[in-house]
Design a protein around this ligand. Structure first.
Ligand code: P6P
Length: 336
């Protein structure tokens, strides 16, 4: 007899909502519409190899000077259109757009803000490596209720997030989210079009794990402290192994499940590193800390950083608490 006591994402989110009697249902609606967008994006990602009109680059560059893959642009539009009319958001922010994304005048404005990277790691699309969507949800801080959102609604520290999550489009499509009550993973069953609870209450393994994840081709650009930290990991007993997919969602997903540390360090000439604070690092930091891990920029608690611009970059160290702390000890030596 097939399993019948499945927990869908919708059921899980509604049960979460019941824990907040004051909830208006707007928050639930945001998460459910993000999940709908993820299903649509997953469908296109999973046939990218077959449909040449979605593969490859649009030939344009985004505001960061990165070639925009057609799927990037597609995913960006799918997410915006899934949420712009729901009356749950006052504005959005996307990696693909320089400025804040307003809600069209014809639609009501809600109490929340959605920040997202529609398709992270998209340079891996053409070689069939896992890619992902990352999202972060804040409550608006500007007023009055029902008015257009402002940049200040987006520029909030990670500790203010009411929810965060990612979707990894890999051998299966998995949505992982937290709303501050643990981290939960759902695997998409395409045959019924539902995300089903597959990873309840994800907790990072105890201890330091045995995997470190960093792009070592940048070794010479690192500070002496960063170089010494990675060298220590290489010669530790028991030894660490190195895994680096080059798609942050996949690297962080593995770190959540198996432990260890994922790093995108600062470079001597790029003290901000590469990753974006608002819609890449902060949501991942919220998730990892909710799962019992730790997240910093190498020195500071990542969730405490006060953003000053929509696309600002930050170094990122996420993973086992002891390892993230040890990295900070090495980096502190650079300041001496
Ligand atoms: P590098 C993908 O482009 C991305 O934004 C992250 O997903 C990934 O962790 C990082 O960049 C990889 O950057 O410099 O190692 O190729």
């Amino acid at each position: 007899m097939p399993e019948t006591s499945v927990v869908t994402l919708s059921r899980h989110i509604l049960e979460e909502e019941r824990r907040h009697p004051e909830a208006s249902g707007q928050f639930t609606s945001v998460l459910l519409e993000v999940a709908l967008a993820a299903k649509i994006i997953s469908r296109e990602v999973n046939k990218a190899g077959l449909v040449d009109d979605i593969m490859g680059s649009t030939g344009e560059e985004n505001l960061h000077g990165e070639r925009v893959q057609k799927l990037d642009a597609y995913a960006d539009e799918v997410i915006y259109k899934a949420l712009d009319h729901t009356g749950t958001l006052c504005c959005m922010g996307s990696e693909e757009h320089e400025g804040l994304l307003p809600i069209p005048d014809r639609f009501p404005k809600g109490e929340y803000v959605l920040l997202f990277d529609p398709l992270d790691g998209s340079s891996n699309i053409d070689v069939n490596v896992s890619i992902g969507t990352i999202f972060s949800i804040h409550r608006r801080v500007s007023g009055p209720e029902g008015s257009d959102g402002l940049l200040e609604d987006c520029l909030q520290p990670g500790k203010n997030q009411v929810a965060a999550g990612y979707v990894v489009y890999g051998s299966s499509t998995i949505l992982v989210y937290t709303s501050g009550n643990g981290v939960h993973g759902f695997t998409l069953d395409p045959s019924i079009g539902e995300f089903l609870l597959s990873h309840p209450d994800i907790r990072m393994p105890d201890g330091v794990g045995n995997i470190y994840s960093v792009n070592e081709s940048y070794y010479r650009r690192w500070s002496p402290g960063q170089q010494r930290f990675v060298s220590e990991l290489k010669t530790s007993d028991p030894p660490f192994t190195s895994r680096y997919i080059g798609s942050m969602v996949a690297d962080v997903h593995r770190t959540l499940l198996k432990g260890g540390i994922f790093m995108y360090p600062p470079e001597v000439r790029k003290p901000g590193g590469k990753l974006r604070l608002l819609y890449e690092a902060a949501p991942m930091a919220f998730l990892v800390e909710q799962a019992g891990g730790k997240a910093t920029d190498g020195r500071r608690d990542l969730l405490e950083i006060e953003p000053t611009s929509l696309h600002q970059r930050t170094p990122l160290y996420v993973g086992s608490r002891e390892l993230v702390d040890r990295a900070a000890e090495y980096l502190a030596q650079d300041d001496l």
